[in-house]
Design a protein around this ligand. Sequence first.
Ligand code: FMN
Length: 262
Amino acid sequence: MTSTTETRPARDETDRARLLEQLLADTLLDAEAAARLPAPVPGHLRRPPDDGPLTRLPLPASPRAGLADVLPERGAAHDFAPAAISGAELSALLAAADRMDARGWAAEREAGVDLELYCAAWRVTGVDIGLHRYLPDRSQLCRVASLPDGPQAEELVLQREFAQAAALVVITGNLAAALERHGGHGHRLLLTRAGAAGHAAWLTALRLGLVGTVFAGLLPHVLRERASADGYHRAALFAFAVGRPPATEPAPPGRSTDLGPA
Ligand SMILES: Cc1cc2nc3c(=O)[nH]c(=O)nc-3n(C[C@H](O)[C@H](O)[C@H](O)COP(=O)(O)O)c2cc1C
């Protein structure tokens, strides 16, 4: 309390000191509260990774079989031959995935809620080993990061067999933008779009004589470190592992598949 004998300038001085004390206390409180909040997403995590070397993709390979012919044999494949797939085949898978989304969800894309397609390439003719972002408008790949090859590639995935695939198509979406536009429904919508895009890639692969399966994708830290996928502005949604089918084992002697005349 201010003494009644205090002169006016002295009282002003005391008030100023109290005010400063109060301000300092508020600042300290804010700093403590801020320390409890999750750190804001740093700028480099929001930057679309598109400044890496570019690879022009060939025209998409034409299907070798009709959908009705391959559907009865369709199944989730976890084994892959060591042979490469061609750049034209990869081009067809990525184009099919993007086309599915463009036709089904044009309004979402126009509103800025994009899916992004990445390719983890290990054995694709004409494409370097690494993680690439697909640029559909230019039919190009932009290399965003290196990837280990061989046994070390198994550390990128939960199920090691997917590291034996020739390539993975990895689908991400802007969850922040989807939630802003649709609330909680935005997440469901993104998952639906990613499901449609992933299956479009799968069906295209089957028509090219390739095999694969849809699955969860690269481990979260791999995409975070290599593609700035913070799980919010760029969230991993779905993936498709693709490769050539393994050579079929010859039938053991004595177990001929030729059943002879009926
Ligand atoms: C949303 C979704 C996620 C999936 N995730 C995985 C996965 O992480 N690992 C896996 O081996 N298969 C995964 N699959 C593939 C299914 O397991 C596979 O399609 C299922 O076993 C059916 O087999 P089929 O396609 O041969 O009929 C996933 C499928 C879907 C639709």
